[in-house]
Design a protein around this ligand. Sequence first.
Ligand code: FES
Length: 290
Amino acid sequence: MNDLAPDRKYTNAAIPVGGVDPHPDKPTGEFLTDVVSNDWVNGEYKLLVVRAAERALTAYAGQFYHLLCPSPDGAEVWMRRPMSIYKVDKAAGCLEFLYKCEGRGTQGMATLEAGDTFNIAGPLGVGFTLDPAWKNIVVLGRGVGLATLAPLSQLAAEKGVGVTAVLSARRSDLVMSQDLFEELGAATVTVVDEDGSSAVENVEEILEKLIADGKADAFFTCGSSRLLKLMQNLGKKHDVPGQVAMEQIMVCGIGACYVCMRTFEINGEKTLKRVCREGPVFNMQEAVGW
Ligand code: FES
């Protein structure tokens, strides 16, 4: 069960489901959400569904929430954890987060049960954008990066943009988000380590074919430095623009502490940017791998 002490739920500031919203015009807020479900989708990942106040549902693809995770073991979890939004279900009034249970924050999240209260702050950051000139996009992601990329299919479906999603994972049972992409009309290609199909040369061939077929007006990626490099090279070669969602450790999540700085290269000049504030989505060609 959710073992946050009552004062850690920030109940004075956070807006509960059905509560009065004192700042309906502000783009972000602190919300007390109701946990609807929190189920395993495979051996490593869980899907958390929470019901949230209306303003919390304004999140779009690539933005994130800062989550006040409960403790997995009784000891304090000091900081909020940033997590990209997986799905916004406005009809049901719900937000979904797909996450890998590996650190203390996500292990604490894994203890949430239906009926618990979960404090989230956001939506934060700059997410993905779709140029009206793009008719077809290619999404390439690996591992948990696929959870960040999946809502792009929602955004693309709303704008009538075709999506081809190349989904990479260690094993076929760990390929994630395929159902969400397909549900929203995307064509999917899965590549995995166990049969060697995720090798860079093979993925390069797939991308070259998509470019030749006119299916790649823009590239999108998250979750692998190797795949970022590949898309950067092909983007330069064929003049395909792109965006990358960067993953980074954060503290404040709102641009104040500068813990999340990363190096970017713009017109040959190295520069630092805050992933939480100027990103987490950036021009692919400006990103320096990690
Ligand atoms: Fe504090 Fe980004 S996490 S500035």
